[in-house]
Design a protein around this ligand. Structure first.
Ligand code: GDP
Ligand code: IMO
Ligand code: MG
Length: 428
């Protein structure tokens, strides 16, 4: 006791990094269980700002053992760049453990990600271009390269040959690119082998033993519910399991050992990349949210698409993740709005939907039905208890709680580590 999962309840960038950091001091292990360096978590500690991509946010907390689980795809060049940058800033990186079964993002995955997007034209997903989709495709297609393959050159060579066989046909004949040689890939991958070797272990064994000893393990999800390959707005999703179930498959810890599932939700919503988004704003209110919330991607710098809070999505996230708690972030960003609309249901060509429609066509056509709440103008960034919030802010939170189907256990009122109101303990 306990195993705690953190997942994004919307389309990403909800403040998962900050939430992980918040719990950090009471946690023994933080495991990243899905995705790769498509994630971007900004954590603000005092005057210092850290941007993490591939590494779990828990690496910033002294004493925590950071783990990259088997469900993650690893770009080794990025791994060492990120480690070196943190180390140069005085962060202890020596405890990092990496699953022997995690898959590797090879240079050809990045190439294929970019050319595929280009060729999709209008239908493109707007990926981060990090090679995430092609690396997971190879994993499922059983031609992936795993971390443990780095330690047996002859196996590595065979696997790279297998992976490149079809890809070179594709690159040459379909995309008109140059072929990639087995040698260049094997040489590059082997150049990381010695440095990564001491970090590699059976992370599932390590994590299960930790839980047996009574230690606290936090499973940190990248991306979010609506970007999950099964439960998100397919095909406008990422290629991994970003919902709570992914914490088990992506770490090798069974669902019976998970005690809490915490969904992180902004007090409004943003989305990066293409795909449906019913509450999206194209007016000055959208600009207000982007400006006040600093809504530019941590990974690609893209302007995030802004929109009002969507209660059916919160209920959907509560359901498919089995949320026990919500951490509502960025409430402070709404300060200064006279009225705050919240989507309570959708209108689809004259039909009312109280829940997220299962049909993609219906969701694409969904128009939000709004209920408006009165705003507040007082600065709330210094509030540290619920009672210190203005009455209208309290009522807004209580209304979201009632509509979202899960209790709101903490409320973010600023980017800093301590800018949070805790209503219910998240670890105990
Ligand atoms: P993640 O990908 O879910 O970890 O989120 P990102 O780091 O991509 O984006 C969240 C951004 O919001 C970061 O810049 C955080 O520093 C910031 N942030 C988190 N919580 C709050 C909050 O309560 N208020 C404000 N103003 N900013 C916050
Ligand atoms: P964090 O962990 C927001 C989006 C991309 C694109 C789609 C697929 O910071 O919340 P991919 O490169 O994963 O194949 O792109 O998913 N996307 C994210 N959007 N936050 C993220 O991560 C994201 N990771 C991927 O913009 O639409
Ligand atoms: Mg992010």
């Amino acid at each position: 006791m306990p195993g705690i999962v953190i997942v994004g309840a919307q389309w990403g960038d909800e403040g998962k990094g900050k939430a992980t950091d918040l719990l950090g001091s009471r946690i023994d292990y933080v495991v990243k269980f899905n995705g790769g360096n498509n994630a971007g978590h900004t954590v603000v500690i005092g005057d210092e700002k850290y941007a993490l991509h591939l590494l779990p946010s828990g690496i910033l907390t002294e004493g925590v053992v950071p783990v990259i689980g088997n469900g993650v795809v690893i770009d080794l060049e990025v791994l060492f760049e990120e480690l070196d940058a943190l180390s140069a800033r005085g962060v202890d990186i020596s405890k990092l453990k990496i699953s022997a079964n995690a898959h590797i993002i090879a240079p050809y995955h990045r190439t294929i990600d970019k050319v595929t997007e280009r060729f999709l034209g209008k239908r493109q997903i707007g990926t981060t271009g990090r090679g995430i989709g092609p690396a997971y495709a190879d994993k499922i297609n059983r031609v992936g390269i795993r971390i443990q393959d780095l330690f047996d050159e002859s196996i590595l060579r065979q696997k790279v040959e297998g992976a490149l066989f079809q890809k070179n046909q594709l690159l040459l004949k379909v995309y008109n690119r140059r072929a990639i040689t087995v040698d260049e890939i094997v040489t590059e991958l082997l150049s990381y082998a010695d440095r990564v070797a001491p970090m590699v272990c059976d992370t599932a064994l390590e994590l299960n033993s930790a839980l047996e000893r009574g230690q606290n393990v936090l499973f940190e999800g990248g991306q979010a519910t609506m970007l999950d390959v099964d439960h998100g707005t397919y095909p406008f999703v990422t290629s991994s399991s970003a919902t709570a179930g992914g914490a088990s498959t992506g770490s090798g810890v069974g669902p019976t050992r998970i005690d809490r599932v915490i969904g992180i939700a902004k007090a409004y919503i943003t989305r990066v990349g293409a795909g449906p988004f019913p509450t999206e704003l194209f007016d000055e209110w959208g600009d207000f949210l982007v400006e006040h919330g600093g809504e530019f991607g941590t990974t690609t710098g893209r302007r995030r698409r802004p929109g009002w809070y969507d209660a059916p999505i919160a209920r959907y996230a509560s359901r498919v993740n089995g949320l026990t708690d919500i951490v509502l972030t960025k409430l402070d960003v709404l300060t200064g709005l006279e009225r705050i609309p919240v989507c309570v249901a959708y209108d689809v060509d004259g039909r009312r939907f109280d829940e997220v429609p299962v049909s993609q066509s219906d969701f694409h056509h969904a128009k939000p039905i709004y209920e408006e709440f009165p705003g507040w103008s007082e600065d709330i960034t210094g509030a540290r208890s619920f009672e210190e919030l203005p009455k209208n802010a309290q009522d807004y939170v209580l209304a979201l709680e009632q509509m979202s189907g899960t209790r709101i256990s903490a409320i973010g009122v600023g980017p800093g580590r301590d800018a949070i109101i805790v209503r219910h303990d998240l670890v105990g």
